[in-house]
Design a protein around this ligand. Structure first.
Ligand code: AMP
Ligand code: TRP
Length: 329
């Protein structure tokens, strides 16, 4: 299968990104039947308010994070979106196939428009079309993402179908690949998805120290309404389950789960254990990440090599597309 996915360089990675997407990227890349491409969606990230002085660092940090987590440049193509002009070129062409009301329906656009009322820019509106171009330019079959991206994937399939109908068979219709935890909820409000925009206490960053993880889990919302509303607890248990790898940890999970169902879970025991499980899971990552932070030349080189490979593939599709839509004279 041809696999592609992207992630925005805007602040730190959190366990929602990891459990919803990146964990799957690593699994897919380690199956030699797959051809994987992963990119830093810097063009998408400038649709939100940002500081241009900090952006280069955010791009490099994210690339180093992906490498430290196990994305392997020998197996996957890793690159920076803006270095491949074909993405924006193809998005422009796709713009002519998409109607304004289709983009007005996008829930992420509606959510973000509320959060940045003073900056509802055209890029934010057109974000899903650029995303379709990111995927289709490599003729990808499958896209590992969190649940919040499935509506965008649906639009990518619509665009592929429309293009194929109008100009002849060109693009496969890409499907989304979800993990078992496609939507990790906020630690401070379990009715909202975990995200960087709801305050530091609401998410666990991969770079958080064991002490910070422990504090954040301690203050996480668990069961509410005298135990009737179990959404907070369910979220913490889902996180435990995802990080439980050994047989013992899986048994521990089953016990906690049973206690929770029976209303007998002791959070004073469960929460410190959960914090420990998360910290231990990322020990190797923290080690590799600190080594990579001393070697930004290597990280840059990986992105350069990735861009070369991506460029060749994107260029090929763009020639085909330009010919098919009648722009080659
Ligand atoms: P972003 O940081 O918005 O670029 O997201 C990167 C990836 O993480 C995307 O595939 C998202 O769908 C996924 N993701 C973000 N937040 C969550 C969450 N709370 N739960 C699961 N997946 C998420
Ligand atoms: N919109 C995605 C997100 O916020 C990032 C992204 C951009 C992406 N282009 C993509 C994901 C193409 C998958 C495929 O998470």
């Amino acid at each position: 299968m041809k696999i592609i996915s992207g992630i925005q360089p805007s602040g730190e990675l959190h366990i929602g990104n990891y459990l919803g997407a990146i964990k799957n990227w690593i699994k897919l890349q380690n199956n030699s039947k797959n051809e994987c491409m992963f990119f830093i969606a810097d063009y998408h990230s400038i649709t939100e308010n940002y500081d241009p002085k900090r952006k280069p660092e955010e791009i490099l940090n994210l690339a180093a994070d992906l490498l430290a987590l196990g994305i392997d440049p020998k197996k996957s193509v890793i690159f920076q979106q803006s270095k491949i002009p074909g993405h924006a070129d193809l998005a422009w062409i796709f713009n002519t196939l998409v109607k304004i009301p289709e983009l007005e329906r996008m829930t992420q656009f509606k959510d973000k428009a509320v959060m940045q009322k003073e900056n509802i820019n055209m890029g934010l509106f057109d974000y899903p079309v650029l995303m379709a171009a990111d995927i289709l330019i490599y003729k990808a079959d499958a896209v590992p993402v969190g649940e919040d991206q499935t509506q965008h994937l649906e639009l990518a399939r619509d665009i592929a179908r429309r293009f194929n109908n109008n100009f002849g068979p060109t693009f496969p219709e890409p499907k989304s690949l979800l993990t078992e935890t496609p939507r990790i909820m906020s630690l401070t409000d379990p009715t909202k998805k975990m995200s960087k925009s709801h305050g530091e206490k609401s998410y666990i960053a991969l770079s958080d120290s064991p002490e910070i993880i422990s504090d954040k889990i301690k203050s996480a919302v668990s069961d509410a309404g005298g135990g009737k509303d179990k959404r907070g607890g369910d979220n913490l248990l889902a996180i435990f389950e995802s990080f439980a790898e050994t047989k013992e940890e899986k048994n521990e999970y089953s016990n906690y789960k049973r206690e929770h169902t029976n209303g007998k879970l002791k959070y004073s025991e469960f929460k410190p254990r959960l914090a420990e499980l998360i910290s231990d899971y990322f020990v190797d990552y923290r080690q590799r990440r600190s080594e990579l932070s001393k070697n930004s030349e290597f990280v840059k080189k990986v992105l350069e090599n990735g861009a070369e490979t991506a460029s060749a593939a994107a260029g090929k599709t763009m020639s085909e597309v330009r010919r098919k839509i009648g722009l080659e004279i």
